[in-house]
Design a protein around this ligand. Structure first.
Ligand code: ZN
Ligand code: MG
Length: 391
């Protein structure tokens, strides 16, 4: 082989590897768009919503229910950009117990959402890309499964495909996060009471020819395809699909996350033994990968309003613990300017991928004080399991 050929081969190999590494979507890849950089950095302000104050209930020593809310990629800058955009206030301000989570995975200082989700669901550090399996690829039990075994009701809500890494970590066991069809099939192995999210194609357009939606119906699930129908459901098991793959980003997708959260809470709170619900604001991460301040702001505001819906329930219910955190920070975001009066925010990004910085943890309800100070991301899962007496 002559020198030119060798160089050509190396070039082709590099191009192939670059394509391989950037697949599947929204992992660690660079999404920076050098065009319109200034435009992408500026959120020029919008309308504000009112933030209610909720006092943390006293009286109950242990939570009966836990709602874990994961803002994918939501570091402090993402939170504070939304707070600024809403005139200086968020529902998150009701959380008086605040800590920090160390997000590193078993094989990387910077985690992905699979290892990050598995840490939060199962209490173990694993390798990037792993869904509910340990570094030796052995399945590990997650909090939702353990809650189900104990007779609690369980649910998942997401604005991404319900088979994407974060929700998948609470249902499936897969050595690779991109095994979406296997992850969808794992839903049928469980007795999950409610799930709402995208990802229809992984249930209905499958290489193995199975129609998992039909199988879900046969198992007694109400299978629905839009949020208007989903939010009418008042009892029974529910599989609510909102998109072929991921929901559109805000504002295009409209009101999905808040009514989905309310619907899930309504259904799950009918159980006598309590419930575990995971709610994900999935696309804070997507827009942070793209280094788009307006998108980050709108996604974080949407997630905060879902937090508001959970707070409304928890404040009156009195035995519900809400934990809000992130799997990791995305974009290395900081704020180089802002204005509370108009809600203007100028974001800056240092990365098109995830970063290794610790992320905030917010807790409200019985035993919220156990989630303060610095902690491992795995401690969050372990403490939740202990509080629900699952281990
Ligand atoms: Zn990401
Ligand atoms: Mg996610």
């Amino acid at each position: 082989m002559n020198k030119t050929n060798r160089l050509l081969n190396r070039l082709i190999f590099s191009i192939l590897m670059a394509g391989f590494i950037s697949f599947p979507g929204y992992g660690q890849e660079e999404y920076k768009d050098p065009k319109n950089k200034a435009l992408n950095e500026l959120y020029s302000g919008g309308s504000f919503y009112e933030v209610q104050n909720y006092a943390q209930p006293t009286g109950k020593k242990q939570p009966k229910n836990i709602i874990l809310m994961i803002g994918d990629g939501m570091g402090l800058a993402q939170v504070y950009s939304a707070m600024t955009a809403n005139g200086g206030h968020l529902f998150l301000e009701n959380f008086k117990n605040i800590g920090f989570s160390k997000t590193y995975s078993s094989d990387n200082y910077i985690t992905d959402s699979a290892a990050g989700g598995t840490a939060l669901s199962s209490g173990i550090k694993t390798y990037n890309g792993a869904i509910g399996v340990d570094p030796d690829k052995k399945p590990v039990p997650n909090i939702r499964e353990l809650a189900e075994i104990k007779g609690l009701k369980t649910g998942l809500v997401s604005t991404s495909a319900i088979t994407h890494a974060t929700p998948a970590s609470f249902i499936a066991h897969a050595s690779s996060r991109s095994s979406y069809e296997d992850i969808a099939a794992d839903f049928l192995k469980t007795n999950i009471d409610v799930f709402i999210g995208g990802g229809i194609k992984n249930f209905e357009e499958r290489k193995d020819g199975r129609n998992l939606s039909k199988e879900l119906k046969d198992k007694g699930y109400q299978v629905l395809y839009n949020i208007a129908d989903i939010q009418k459901i008042k009892s029974g098991k529910l599989a609510g699909f909102t998109a072929q793959e991921h929901d559109a980003p805000m504002p295009e997708r409209g009101e999905i996350l808040v009514p989905a959260t309310q619907t899930a809470i309504n259904l799950l709170s009918q159980g006598k033994k309590g419930f575990f619900l995971m709610v994900e604001g999935s696309e804070i991460d997507f827009l942070a990968h793209e280094n788009k301040t307006p998108g980050v702001v709108l996604e974080t505001l949407d997630f905060d309003r879902a937090i508001g819906a959970a707070l409304k329930f928890a404040a009156s219910n009195g035995e519900t613990l809400i934990i809000v955190t992130a799997d990791h920070e995305t974009g290395g975001m900081t704020l180089n300017g802002g204005e509370y009066k108009t809600g203007k925010v100028i974001g800056k990004f240092t990365s098109g991928g995830h970063t290794g910085i610790a992320v905030p943890v917010y807790a409200f309800g019985p035993c919220a004080e156990q989630f303060t100070g610095f902690m491992e991301n795995t401690d969050i899962a372990k403490r939740m399991m202990k509080l629900l007496k699952l281990n």
